[in-house]
Write a protein that binds this ligand. Structure first.
Ligand SMILES: NC(=O)c1ccc[n+]([C@@H]2O[C@H](COP(=O)([O-])OP(=O)(O)OC[C@H]3O[C@@H](n4cnc5c(N)ncnc54)[C@H](O)[C@@H]3O)[C@@H](O)[C@H]2O)c1
Length: 341
C-alpha cells in the first residue's frame, strides 16, 4: 500500500493527539518524525510513539527525504510562517486553526502555497464531527428549508492559566476559539458573513484585558443573503466543555447539542444532571481522526482539500472584524478589514 510520509510540527496537547492518530489509526500514513522547539518534548513523544526521528525545528524536519506532508500544531502565531516554510520545501500541509493571526500573514501563507503548487487543508475539524456532518447533509437536503438564523455556543472548561495570556503565542478568543464557530457559520449557512458586532466582557477576570483578551464574548452576525445569527464564546465555563449549534430555517430547525424536556438544568463545577464532555479531545475525538484520515487520503489520491486555505482566510477575516468591533464598540463590515487582492 502506498503510504504518505508525514511529520508533525509542535507536539503539545493537540499535536501529540494528531501524531498518535497518524501513527496508530491511519494505515495509509507513515509518521516519519515529530518536531518541537522543546527538543526533549519532541524526543519523548517520538519515543512514546515508537518512531525514530525527532527534531527541534521545522527546518531540521524538512530535510528528511521521506516527508511528503507536514501537520502544523504549534501555537497560533507560528502557523503562517510554518506554512510558508513547508510550502517552499514542496510539502503538503494540514495546518491547525487559525491559518494566521493577521490577514497579511494569511495572504503571504496562501501565496506561498499557490506558488509551490502544494495542498493546504485547515484544521476546522468540526466539519468532520459526525453530528455536524449530518447536520450539513440534512440542511443541504432541504430538511429545514432556507437557513435563516445561526446560533452557536463554544465554552471551554478550565480557567486558562495566567501564563497562557502572558506568553502571547496564541490569538485572542476570536482567533483561538470563536473561529471554529465562524467557520461553521459559513459552512452550515452556505453563505458569507458580511458584518459583525461584538460584545465582550472581562467582568469576572479583569486582569485578562491587559493582554488584549476577554473572558466571554457574543458576536452578532449578518449574512450576505438575509441570514442573521450569533456566537457566544466563554473560556472558563468550569462545568464542562460545551459546544452547541442551531440552524433555524424556513421549515424547521437543526440542533447539534442537546435539547431536553427538563425545564431547568443546573450546571456547576460540582456536577450536573446532564452527561457532559469535559475536553475537546473527548468531544471531538472522532473528528480529529476523520480529519487526518481525510487529509492523508486526499493527498494520496491527488484530490483537493475539503477544508481549504480560502476557508481559513474567510474565517480569519470574520475574527479580525470581530476584534475591530470589540475595540471600536461599533459594528464592523467584513469589507472594512478584508484585503482585496
Ligand atoms: N482544532 C482544535 O480543536 C484545536 C484544539 C486545541 C488546540 N488547537 C490548536 O493547536 C495548536 C496547538 O495547541 P496546543 O493546545 O497543542 O498547544 P500546546 O502549548 O499544548 O503545544 C504547542 C507545542 O508547540 C511547541 N512550539 C511552540 N512554538 C514552536 C515553534 N515555533 N516551533 C516548533 N514548536 C513550537 C511547544 O513547545 C509545544 O510543545 C494551536 O494553534 C491551537 O489553536 C486546535
Amino acid at each position: 500500500m502506498a503510504k504518505l510520509g508525514i511529520g508533525v510540527l509542535g507536539v503539545g496537547e493537540m499535536g501529540k493527539r494528531h501524531a498518535g492518530n497518524l501513527r496508530r489509526l491511519v494505515p495509509e500514513a507513515r509518521l516519519i518524525a515529530v518536531a518541537d522547539m522543546a527538543a526533549a518534548r519532541a524526543k519523548q513523544v517520538a519515543d512514546e510513539l515508537e518512531i525514530e526521528h525527532s527534531f527541534a525545528s521545522l527546518e531540521g524536519m524538512l530535510q528528511h527525504k521521506d516527508i511528503d506532508s507536514v501537520l502544523i500544531a504549534t501555537p497560533d502565531k507560528f502557523h503562517a510562517q510554518a506554512v510558508r516554510l513547508a510550502a517552499a520545501a514542496g510539502k503538503n500541509i494540514l495546518c491547525e486553526k487559525p491559518l494566521a493571526t493577521n490577514l497579511a500573514d494569511a495572504h503571504a501563507a496562501l501565496e506561498a502555497v499557490k506558488r509551490a503548487g502544494v495542498r493546504l487543508q485547515v484544521g476546522f475539524m468540526r466539519r468532520y464531527d459526525p453530528a455536524y456532518a449530518s447536520a450539513k447533509k440534512r440542511i443541504e437536503a432541504g430538511e429545514i428549508g432556507r437557513p435563516l438564523i445561526f446560533k452557536s455556543v463554544g465554552r471551554d472548561k478550565d480557567e486558562p492559566p495566567m501564563a497562557a495570556y502572558q506568553s502571547n503565542v496564541n490569538g485572542m478568543v476570536f482567533y483561538n476559539n470563536t473561529i471554529h464557530d465562524f467557520d461553521l457559520a459559513r459552512w452550515l449557512m452556505n453563505d458569507e458573513v458580511v458584518e459583525v458586532q461584538s460584545y465582550t466582557t472581562v467582568a469576572i477576570r479583569p486582569e485578562v484585558a491587559k493582554y488584549g483578551d476577554v473572558v466571554a464574548s457574543v458576536v452578532n452576525l449578518k449574512f450576505a443573503h438575509g441570514g442573521i445569527g450569533n456566537v457566544e464564546s466563554y473560556v472558563q465555563a468550569l462545568y464542562g466543555y460545551d459546544v452547541r449549534t442551531e440552524v433555524v430555517g424556513s421549515k424547521g430547525s437543526l440542533f447539534v447539542g442537546t435539547l431536553h424536556q427538563t425545564p431547568v438544568t443546573l450546571l456547576t463545577a460540582k456536577g450536573s444532571s446532564e452527561i457532559l464532555a469535559d475536553h475537546f479531545l473527548v468531544r471531538f475525538a472522532d473528528a480529529y481522526l476523520a480529519e487526518v484520515r481525510d487529509f492523508v487520503r486526499m493527498v494520496l489520491s491527488g484530490g483537493a482539500p475539503k477544508v481549504t486555505g480560502e476557508d481559513g482566510l474567510k474565517a480569519l477575516e470574520i475574527a479580525v472584524a470581530a476584534e475591530n468591533s470589540h475595540l471600536q464598540a461599533n459594528p464592523c463590515a467584513i469589507s472594512q478589514v478584508a484585503v482585496v487582492r
